[in-house]
Write a protein that binds this ligand. Structure first.
Ligand SMILES: NC(=O)c1ccc[n+]([C@@H]2O[C@H](COP(=O)([O-])OP(=O)(O)OC[C@H]3O[C@@H](n4cnc5c(N)ncnc54)[C@H](O)[C@@H]3O)[C@@H](O)[C@H]2O)c1
Ligand SMILES: CCCCCCC=O
Length: 376
């Protein structure tokens, strides 16, 4: 029997003891997780620094504060969430006592991604514990230092049988996917999302798929460019653009392209100094494979801001590309890095057509002073 199969079987056996169902037990495990997040702050921050050059402030802001507030919410609301809910009687149930009783699903699988590894792996775990489930936790092998911290320290705080951490790469994840789960929560790219759904379908397991995609921005001629560009620069270059809903590309009128570039440049300097490579708040590309992918996406584009890079450090500076053609390489896939292409369009109608014809946006950012401008 494989290590993965053993972990799932142990979790199921532990689930059948019924202990994860008691509210007291769920609360005690959530409190242990809370204690883990507080006591292991140093290990969490050090691992994220090694994986993504995440600053300590960034670790709190983007990862631990979010997970901690999920735990606090669950602790506060658990009794209410788990309580039976009243239901209106119908002719069929007129002589019955009727109510909806929330019940745990069973053994769930959580497969995390590497870009915000705590938020997307331990975040869903909070919900799984609160709902009384057993959960097999599979952190991303790509953020290897973080994965090691989860593997080493989580079992010191949580019930090891109910909430095992299974590390490894594609082979190990595929071995896990052969097992039967009662729910799968996956975060990552859409190609692998299809593999997850196919494996889940074999057991009719419901899935939650948190995927990626393109997130276009449209800047109208008459909007407040200073505000628009500041917001885009923040969203684009936080975590080096490696955020699911980071602005992917900008559409704007040719007459404002130069001003947009200047405003974004000003913000890059304010956020990350003249030299982002030395700035503690600017991260790194997760690995050489993604570094090379991003360098190749930039090929043939006209660079308006920076484009500097250093392969040994997996460093790519906050970059803006101008007059990008719709068929350029950089427009064909989710960028997931600090490259910001600008494509010019002559009207809002052209922008709408552009987006609708090619992308099913994950997020859509519209900057316009005209409240009637929507792209839906
Ligand atoms: N919607 C959201 O909330 C959200 C959040 C974060 C990231 N994302 C998206 O995730 C993507 C980035 O993550 P990623 O996919 O590079 O992460 P990744 O490479 O870490 O993969 C995610 C998980 O899938 C597993 N995996 C990889 N290949 C597999 C295969 N062939 N078979 C089975 N399992 C496999 C990995 O082991 C890992 O645990 C981006 O597209 C981003 O937009 C979405
Ligand atoms: C603040 C938490 C960010 C999670 C983003 C998920 C997408 O990448």
């Amino acid at each position: 029997m494989s290590r993965e199969q053993k972990a799932v079987e142990r979790a199921r056996k532990a689930f059948f003891t019924g202990r994860s169902k008691s509210l007291e037990y769920r609360i005690s495990q959530l409190k242990n997780l809370q204690r883990f997040m507080q006591e292991r702050q140093k290990e969490i921050a050090e691992a994220l620094k090694k994986d993504l050059k995440r600053s300590e402030f960034g670790t709190s802001l983007y990862e631990t504060l979010g997970v901690e507030s999920e735990i606090n919410l669950a602790l506060k609301k658990l009794k209410e969430w788990a309580a039976p809910r009243p239901v209106n009687k119908s002719l069929m149930t007129i002589s019955d006592q009727v109510y909806i009783q929330p019940e745990p699903l069973g053994v769930v699988l959580i497969i995390g991604a590497w870009n915000y590894p705590w938020a997307v792996t331990v975040g869903p775990l909070v919900g799984a514990i609160a709902a009384g489930n057993a959960a097999v936790i599979k952190p991303s092998e790509v953020s290897a230092h973080t994965s090691k911290v989860m593997e080493e320290f989580l079992p010191l705080y949580l019930d090891k049988e109910l909430y095992p951490v299974v590390t490894g790469g594609v082979k190990e994840t595929q071995e896990l996917l052969k097992q039967r789960f009662d729910h799968i929560f996956y975060t990552g790219n859409g190609m692998v999302g299809k593999i997850i759904m196919e494996a889940a379908a074999k057991h009719l397991t419901p899935t939650t798929l948190e995927l990626g995609g393109k997130s276009p921005c449209y800047i109208d001629k008459d909007c407040d460019l200073t505000i628009a560009c500041r917001r885009i620069a923040w969203g684009k270059y936080s975590n080096c653009g490696q955020t699911c809903i980071a602005p992917d590309y900008i559409l704007c009128d040719p007459s404002i392209q130069d001003r947009v570039i200047e405003e974004i440049k000003k913000n890059i300097k304010e956020f990350y100094t003249e030299n982002p490579q030395k700035c503690p708040d600017y991260g790194r590309i997760i690995n050489q494979r993604h570094f090379k992918r991003l360098m190749s996406l930039m090929e043939g584009s006209s660079i308006a801001v920076s484009g500097e890079h250093n392969e040994a450090e997996c460093y790519i500076a906050p970059t803006v590309l101008r007059d990008v053609k719709p068929d350029a390489k950089v427009m064909q896939e989710e960028i997931f890095g600090p490259l910001l292409p600008i494509v010019t369009v002559n009207s809002v109608d052209e922008a709408i057509k552009f987006i609708n014809q090619r992308d099913k946006p994950l997020a859509l950012y519209i900057f316009s002073s005209d409240k009637k401008v929507t792209l839906t």
